[in-house]
Write a protein that binds this ligand. Structure first.
Ligand code: PMT
Length: 215
């Protein structure tokens, strides 16, 4: 799902992720008998049965939650849409518009400038701590140059597999019940799948994981 990065007590920066893709993977793994810990941000989808659900609102909170469970996991799948940037300062009270008199006195325009800080990269942080036998799978949500951008993320984040997701396609990406993805492996192999229900993408992804060599 989506992380929410607070601006003040009532506002946040977020994205369109529903959690459907991640929940489909977690549900499929649980049905196959895996012990699943599902770390989820904000979602509109219904969590699957048979998993341990851990909620994490922001990127920082999601990193802390994932760090707590990472050492015990064999396979870490990162399908969450984690914010890359968060407001540098979280206002303790609701941010107010200046009054007309204040605006005139400041001689400024009507805009509000936000300064953002980089959030931690969760999957890259954990991949750097990977132990032999652990497998790490990332996703890449792209709006252009799908395979080049996803291949760059696969290498930079030191992943065992990346699921490249062209989120501009009809029936793919955010909040859709179907997805269109291309799997990329570190040895340069690529496999493009047709549009499939997210449940089927999840099932095929788990099959692809069974074929990965354990490092
Ligand atoms: O939830 P749905 O509505 O079903 O939509 C599914 C989806 C579009 C969210 C999903 O299929 C998808 O593409 N997920 C990845 C979204 C994303 O944030 O991609 P990215 O290219 O920005 O990030 C690359 C990888 O790094 C991802 O595995 C992401 O989880 C991870 N990441 C990113 C930023 C960050 N600070 N920490 C991370 O771990």
């Amino acid at each position: 799902g989506a992380t929410r990065e607070p601006l003040d007590p009532v506002r946040f920066l977020s994205n369109r992720s529903s959690g459907k893709m991640g929940f489909a993977i977690a549900g499929a793994a649980a049905r196959r008998g895996a012990e699943v810990t599902l770390v989820a941000g904000f979602t509109t989808a219904e969590p699957p049965p048979g998993v341990t659900l851990v909620r994490a609102e922001s990127a920082d909170a999601m990193l802390r939650a994932c760090e707590m469970h990472f050492a015990a996991c064999d396979i870490f799948l990162a399908s969450a849409a984690v914010a890359d940037y968060a407001p540098e300062v979280v206002a303790p009270q609701k941010i107010k518009k200046p009054t007309q008199t204040e605006r005139a006195a400041q001689d400024a325009d009507d805009g509000l400038t936000l300064r953002l800080r980089r959030t931690p990269d969760i999957v890259a942080t954990l991949a750097a701590r990977k132990q032999p036998g652990q497998v790490i799978v990332g996703f890449a949500a792209e709006t252009e140059d799908l395979t080049a951008n996803a291949a760059r993320k696969l290498a930079a984040k030191r992943l065992d597999l990346i699921v490249a997701n062209d989120v501009t396609q009809e029936g793919a990406g955010f909040d859709s019940d179907t997805n269109v993805v291309t799997l990329l492996w570190p040895d340069g192999r690529a496999e493009a799948w047709p549009r499939l229900p997210k449940s089927e993408v999840a099932a095929r992804l788990l099959d692809a994981l069974l074929a990965l060599p354990l490092i």
